[in-house]
Structures are given as C-alpha cells and as structure tokens.
Design a binder for this molecule. Structure first.
Ligand code: ADP
Ligand code: GLC
Length: 497
C-alpha cells in the first residue's frame, strides 16, 4: 500500500494487557505508554484489547462500532467498541463476555491454572486484529501497520496470510520468548486455520501449534525489547528452540529482527512528581530520599540502621528473575547487616521460601507476596540498592525505575539489563557513565561479590551521589523508542510498495 510521507501513519496495536486496567508484567506498562508516545509523535493509533471486567467497568460510555458474527470456525462472535483516550489514540475493545469477562487473571483463573480455552480466547483476539488490518475490515479506519505483541496476538499475521487477500504490513514484538502459546495441533480447525498452516514453515512447532512462531514466520518485521536480547535470542541458550528461525529473519537482506529498548512511563515513574511516595525528590535534593527509606522501614517493620543498606526487589518470583539466587544469598546478606524487602508473586515454592525467611528474620527481611503498585513505588524510592539478578531479561523495567529514582541497581549483565546498567569501575566512574553494578555468572557467589562492591561504594557518599546522579540524568522516557518504531513502520511500508 502506498502511503504519502504527509498522511499520518495509522497503526493497529494489538495487545493482551494494558495498564492500569490489566497488567501482569511489563507488557501492560509498555502497552499503556508506547501507543501514547506514538500518538504524541503524530501517529494515529488504535489499540485492540480484550474487554476484561476492569475495562468494561472503567468505560461504561464506550461506543459499539461493529458486531463480528462469524469470526471463523469455533471462535465466538464479538462486538468491537471504542473509547477515545487522547488525541490520535483510541482503545478498541473486543467484547466477548464468554471469553473475557471472568473473575481471575487475563490468562489464568484465581488458582493460577491457565484458562482451558486460551487458544480460542487469544485466537479470537488475533483473528480480529487480522480482520481489522485487512482490506475486508468492517471499520472505516484501516491501518498501514499491524503491530502485534507477544504470543497472544501473534497468530494475527498468520490469519492475514492465510485468510485475507490484502492487508497492512505487520510487526511482531517479542516481550519474552519463554512464553510461546503452545496448543495441541487438533485445535487448528477450531481456530479457523487451513491445513496448509500445519507445516514447519507455518504455525507448527514440534507437533503443536505455536502462536508465537506463527508471528515470527509471517510478520514483515520482528522486534524485541532490547538490542542485547535481540542478539541473545538468536543463540541456542536463550532461543527456546526458535533461534534458527530468528537467525534466518535477522540475516535476511531486509534485516527483519531489531532490538528497540523500552522506555519507562515518566508520567507514572518520576520521583519529583510521584504521589505514592512519602517525600518527592530529584537529583539535587537526594537527601529527601532518606524520608522514603524511613517510611518504607516503618511500613514494613524493618529495623533500619544508618550504616547498613536496605536492599529492594520487586518482580515475579521466578527463576527467570533469579529469585532463588537472592534467597540462597539471604544468610550472607544478613551477615553483612543488610535489610531486605521483596515484593512479588510467582512460583509457589519460591514464595514459600521468602515467607519462611521473613518469618525467621523479623525486622531484617520483609516479604510482601502479592501485587501492590503503591508499595512498588515506595520501594523504588526508599531502598538504597535494587536487586535484579535475572537469568534472562528481555528488557526489564524495574532497573530503569531504580535508575530514575537514584536507587542504583545490582543486575546480571543480560538482555535489557546489560543495555541500561553500566557497571561501576574506576573507568566508568571517571567518564561519568557508571550507574550501577553488573555481574556475569548466574550464581550466588557472583551476586554477593557485586553486592559487596555496591556496599563499599554506598559507604563512600561522594561516589554514591555520582552513581545516583548518573542514573537520574539520563532520559528513560519513551521518546527515543517511539522514534525508532515510527522509522521501522515506515521502512516496512517502503519495502512493501
Ligand atoms: P516482567 O514483565 O518480566 O515481569 P518487567 O520489569 O518488564 O518484568 O515489568 C514488571 C512490571 O510489573 C513493573 O512495572 C513492576 O513494577 C511490576 N511488578 C511486578 N511485580 C509486582 C508486584 N508484586 N507489585 C507491584 N508491581 C509489580
Ligand atoms: C516481558 C519481559 C521484560 C520486559 C517486558 C516488557 O515481560 O520479561 O523483560 O521488560 O516484557 O517489554
């Protein structure tokens, strides 16, 4: 499709979550902030999201646009309704109460079991994304680019290919290759995909349907959320069996795989304006940060001391995030006098180990199991150091929040952590880039060695201020990423002309 350079670019952004209404992790944050930044940059964006209960409740005045009676095969009918969010940005809700209006999470029931019909629930989301991006769209607005996010929307480029004559260019963003949306091959008919799609060049992955692979095969361009992760997923160690396909896409002349570093939503995450913290502060008023430290200690019943640091951690409590490394390191951290606060939820056995540690060391370890947005802000502001020893990390947002809050992070140098955290060394201190601590091997020993370096630096106020200010000086907002996505959209349109 030819587009004049002057006409505003139109993008359909399909996503399974959007903060603050539906969020299980960073994808919810990204879906709230990136479309807004694209709209501010002059792009017309429509976001396609399932109408979960929180969205239905938030937008009673939404306007029904069209009813899709027969999305295909066993997929249930749905109504698409619309809400204007800001200039050039609208939310399109997929209303199918039988699929989406359930008590529980977007992917799982309250006891943590996957919804048994997830293939159909996200098959419908993908199917409608493709329909709206095709020449057969029932709407009077047709996008130039369909931007899919993660497996829940990644079947859309396959529908465009197998079920439509013509359609928008497509981009699929991988937020985490570990989640692929694998379902029995027998579901292929229910999903309204042809037998021709059941091949290794189609949606088949080791005898099953892979939603994510469908997107990796059929999208015009692929992105992931940091340059280092873009390299890592092309290697077997982090490729989850898809590294061969990813290398193939990367090595094509059009260079189909790129890493674009996420930003953070500075409307929500700025210590100078944050309403969830005890005292607002900036790079020139870092002394006020102490008030947040004290407030956090008091709220969690921690016995804080002036000469030992408070370490914070907020994340899914999983092996991906290195939760086990921190748990194993806990006795040594306590031996150094450190206090530890962890906020998160995840694997039941790791949660139980955190609870047991907190019970065994009251006043020294606080574990809050659950999701608590306001507490997350206070931890970012009140902790001295932030821990993020992920085994792999496509981008990671929390280390960027910590950097913006003057809470230097200790991270494993992988994925987006490697792209944002500059290890403190005499050289990086001298050239003004040092902003945290990074280590290599995913071991408790390596984590502790990095924490020891951090504690040593924390005890030197001048060094510490420099580290804090270096992190706070960089603009972590979405502007640079929005420009890169806009260039990418334009480049895939030019390629398709
Ligand atoms: P991922 O998406 O892999 O879980 P990210 O670092 O990209 O990791 O994003 C996680 C997001 O979820 C951040 O906004 C973080 O603050 C938030 N978060 C994670 N766990 C919790 C929790 N228990 N309470 C509040 N916020 C949380
Ligand atoms: C995923 C990744 C995380 C990333 C987020 C947003 O959940 O695990 O690293 O920051 O997506 O892209």
């Amino acid at each position: 499709m030819a587009v004049s350079e002057k006409a505003p670019l139109r993008v359909l952004f399909a996503t399974p979550e959007v903060a603050p209404w539906v969020k299980t992790g960073g994808l919810g944050d990204v879906s709230a902030a990136l479309p807004a930044a694209l709209a501010e940059a002059g792009i017309e964006v429509r976001m396609l999201v399932p109408a979960y209960p929180a969205l239905v409740a938030a937008f009673p005045g939404r306007i029904p646009l069209v009813q899709v009676e027969r999305p295909g095969a066993e997929l249930l009918p749905a109504t698409i309704s619309c809400v204007a969010l800001q200039p050039r940005l609208e939310l399109l809700l997929v209303e199918c109460p039988a699929y989406y209006e359930r008590h529980g999470g977007p992917y799982q029931d309250r006891s943590g079991r996957d919804w048994p019909d997830n293939a159909l629930r996200f098959g419908l989301l993908s199917r409608l994304a493709a329909l709206l991006a095709s020449s057969e769209t029932p709407l009077d607005w047709r996008p130039d680019v369909l931007h899919c996010n993660d497996w829940q929307t990644a079947l859309a480029p396959a529908y465009l290919r197998y079920r439509h004559e013509a359609g928008a260019a497509s981009v699929t963003t991988i937020h985490n290759l570990a989640f692929q949306g694998l379902f029995p091959m027998a579901r292929i008919h229910a999903l309204d995909l042809p037998v021709a799609a059941m091949t290794i060049e189609g949606v088949e992955f080791h005898g099953r349907i892979s939603f994510l692979k469908a997107g990796l095969q059929h999208s015009d361009r692929l992105t992931t959320v940091s340059p280092t992760y873009a390299r890592e997923i092309c290697e077997p160690e982090h490729g989850f069996g898809l590294d061969g396909l990813l290398r193939h896409r990367r090595d094509r002349r059009s260079g189909d795989l790129v890493g674009i570093l996420n930003g953070i939503d500075t409307r929500q995450w700025d210590p100078a304006t944050d309403r969830s913290i005890a005292a607002r502060y900036g790079a020139r008023s870092l002394a006020l940060k102490q008030l947040n430290r004290a407030a956090l200690g008091e709220r969690l019943g921690l016995a804080l001391q002036a000469d030992t640091p408070l370490l914070g951690m907020i994340s899914r409590i999983t092996r991906q995030k290195g939760a086990d490394l921190v748990i194993d390191a806990a006795p040594e951290l306590l031996a150094r006098g450190a206090r530890v606060v962890v906020l998160g939820s995840g694997d039941a056995d790791l949660e139980a180990r955190w609870r047991a540690l907190a019970a065994a060391h009251p006043g020294r370890i606080a574990a809050r199991i659950g999701f608590d947005e306001a507490l997350a802000h206070l931890i970012e502001a009140g902790a001295d150091l932030f821990l993020m020893p992920s085994r792999f990390e496509p981008c990671g947002l929390n280390q960027m929040y910590s950097l913006a809050y003057g809470t230097p992070p200790v991270v494993r140098a992988t994925g987006g952590l490697a792209d944002t955290v500059v290890d403190c060394t005499p050289r990086t201190l001298a050239d003004g880039t040092a902003n945290g601590f990074a280590f290599g091997p995913p071991t408790t020993e390596a984590l502790l060695a990095a924490v020891d370096r951090a504690i040593e630096a924390w005890r030197e106020p001048a060094t510490w201020r420099r580290l804090q200010r270096n992190g706070m000086a960089r603009d972590w907002g979405w502007g640079p990423a929005a420009r890169q996505y806009a260039d990418l959209y334009r480049s895939c349109l030019r390629a398709g002309q």
